[in-house]
Design a protein around this ligand. Structure first.
Ligand code: FAD
Ligand code: SIN
Length: 536
């Protein structure tokens, strides 16, 4: 099936946010298409392990979940947003169950609730340690039944806005500050197509691939943030990159996630001598918020010079392979049996707490443009996301956003414009392609070395100089080249990296995930950092 020329709603991305949103809008009878750049299930969602946090047990209540979220967010969460989103959690969990997600249960039939860092209660619903895969599968099957068109191997390049169209002389009288459609690269036919739509949803996920070591799959290249920036939108709080404390340490640089739920079931982080060390850093020890655990590991590794610490799994009082079959298999594949040996772990880039600022209905500052999931910055996570709050945020916000889009579409004034056609370059020189992959290596290394867990102004400025040079080179090539997936991704990675660094340089304090040696204290007045759009 080929895409049509226009839709009521075009969604970019087929993770939990894009699929949930599509389902809710398609149910109202609108024509919805999802475009996704690789295979349909390939997303951060598909790899989520720990689960989805919500208040579902008698011993828990909304206020405790709110308190834990605010505590983890280190004074920067928007309290109204936190309460609104968390309060709708139980209803959205019920929707997932109705779609067929079979959350793990205890022998007596009650839902099994996991615990993760920063949670004062057991409240993480999970499907063993493959929660994301179970949710992704249920949603994919639901949207197919609802008649949503899903197109794989289409890469969204750029939004077409009224402002851009007017600039190149396309007549769009009376239409202001709105999105009109987008350009997509068809990875099979190797051509760019133009689609018109009054509403576009960016559900493109995170940007972990800006770093050398990450838990994120290869799709996580920050495309939505870069596209929004080129369309004239500011980004918010992008300096808050969450480093997951525990990923399997392999010499080849592959970083497989060891879910925090393992610590929730009693595993402790230990140093080279086998001693637990987290108590020195926080009263909650191994279940302290992630920013604190990641910094503690970083500090222990720097002190000892060792390339990793260990997670003491053999001392756990559970059947590891039954509770964590996926982690167990992956450790065995890498030569470690968690029931017999402690697992070598290191932190890696994991989650982007900042993104495109959105309101509580997913709308952005550009009319018709919505953002949902990891690409968005709603105010829920503040300076550090509480574990397992992101899947929750995505389903709740997709539901709210879909309601808003349905009423927008019902009231829409039809805008018929001939969208400007895509103009391609013609350079395919292979020696330039080699340089491109070297540029990417340099970018990821720079972000890892200079924009990591512990920062300083000098390191950030060094990173900025390098990233700007890379940006100039890549851009010059971009405007002459025939586009393809790797070029489009590198261009976006450079753009997002520069936005992260600019945001980090603007924050003159240490808070949550942003720790800088030059401003080690937290300022009294919490402030969101907005970075102006970058036009490449
Ligand atoms: P994704 O699920 O990442 O989906 C993005 C989609 O957009 C993909 O389909 C991608 O191909 C597509 N896309 C991107 N750019 C383009 C483009 N230019 N054109 C077309 N398509 C594009 N969170 C929790 O709450 N609980 C957990 O247990 C948990 N565990 C995690 C474990 C791992 C290993 C990782 C990496 C993350 C985990 N997270 C967890 C975080 C959570 O999984 C993500 O934040 C969430 O899944 C993001 O969903 P999303 O729909 O916003 O984006
Ligand atoms: C994990 O399972 O440790 C990841 C949970 C999350 O990122 O929310």
């Amino acid at each position: 099936m080929k895409p049509e020329k226009d839709y009521d709603l075009v969604i970019v991305g087929s993770g939990i946010a894009g699929l949930s949103f599509a389902l809710n809008v398609a149910k109202a009878g609108f024509r919805v298409a999802i475009f996704t750049k690789k295979d349909k299930a390939e997303s951060n969602t598909n790899y989520a392990q720990g689960g989805i946090a919500a208040v579902t047990s008698a011993g828990d209540d909304l206020e405790k979940h709110v308190e834990d979220t605010l505590e983890a967010g280190d004074g920067l969460c928007d309290q109204t947003v936190v309460r609104e989103i968390l309060k709708e959690g139980p209803d959205r969990i019920k929707d997932l169950v109705d779609l067929g997600v079979s959350f793990s249960s205890l022998d007596d039939g009650r839902i099994s609730l996991g615990k993760e860092g920063g949670h004062s209660k057991r409240r993480v619903l999970h499907v063993k340690d493959v929660t994301g895969k179970a949710i992704e599968e249920a949603l994919l099957s639901a949207i197919a039944k609802e008649g949503v068109h899903l197109f794989e191997h289409y890469f969204a390049i750029d939004l077409i806005t009224s402002k851009k169209a007017r600039k190149i002389g396309v007549s769009i009288d009376g239409v202001d500050n709105r999105v009109l459609g987008l350009y997509l690269y068809d990875g099979v036919e190797k051509e760019v197509i133009t689609i018109s739509s009054p509403v576009v949803l960016l559900a493109t996920g995170g940007a972990g691939q800006t770093y050398l070591y990450t838990t994120n799959p290869s799709i996580a290249t920050g495309d939505g943030i870069a596209m929004a920036s080129r369309a004239g939108l500011s980004s918010m709080n992008l300096e808050f990159i969450q480093f997951h404390p525990t990923t399997f340490h392999s010499l080849n640089g592959d970083r497989f996630l060891i879910t925090e739920a393992v610590r929730g079931e009693g595993a402790k982080l230990i140093d080279g001598k086998g001693n637990p060390f987290l108590k020195k850093y926080h009263p909650l020890a191994d279940l302290a918020p992630r920013d604190i655990v990641a910094r503690a590991i970083d500090s222990e590794m720097k002190k000892s010079g060792a390339p990793f610490v260990r997670l003491d799994t053999p001392s756990m009082k559970i059947d590891f392979s039954d509770r964590f079959p996926n982690v167990n298999r992956n450790c065995l594949d890498r030569g470690v049996d968690p029931s017999k040996s402690a697992v070598p772990v290191v932190p890696a880039a994991h989650y982007s707490c900042g993104g495109i600022p959105t309101k509580l209905d997913c709308s952005t500052d550009l009319i018709g443009l919505y953002a949902c999931g990891e690409v968005a910055c709603t105010g829920l996570h503040g300076a550090n996301r509480l574990a397992s709050n992101s899947l929750l945020e995505a389903v709740v916000m997709a539901y709210r956003g879909a309601e808003a889009v349905c009423s927008f579409l019902k009231n829409k004034r039809d805008v018929k414009v001939n969208l400007p056609e895509w103009v391609d370059g013609d350079v395919t020189a292979s020696d330039e392609r080699v340089v491109l992959s070297h540029n990417l290596d340099e970018l990821k290394r720079t972000m890892w070395d200079y924009v990591g867990i512990v920062r300083s102004t000098k390191r950030l400025e060094r990173a900025q100089t390098r990233i700007r040079n890379l940006g100039r080179e890549i851009n010059e090539y971009y405007w002459n080249a025939k586009v393809d997936l790797s070029l489009l991704e590198v261009r976006n990675l450079v753009c997002v990296s520069e936005l992260i660094v600019r945001s980090a340089l603007q924050r003159k304090e240490s808070r949550g995930l942003h720790y800088t040696l030059d401003y080690p204290e937290r300022s009294e007045i919490p402030e969101n950092i907005k970075v102006k759009p970058l036009l490449y």
